[in-house]
Design a protein around this ligand. Sequence first.
Ligand SMILES: [Zn+2]
Length: 61
Amino acid sequence: MSLKCPLCGSPVAAIPVNLDEYFTMCKNASCPFPLNEQDIAAFFAPAPTAVAAGKRKKPAA
Ligand SMILES: [Zn+2]
């Protein structure tokens, strides 16, 4: 996912908040996005690692 901040145009980063979720926010430390948005919940998403863990198979030894 490569998104840009609608406020300042900087790239946005997916910051892990726990093992199962990450939060999308602007890399520009002086930019409030997305904390200025009404629907903050929309910027939370399942962590890719959590999805991958469900698909992971043990390597054949
Ligand atoms: Zn920004």
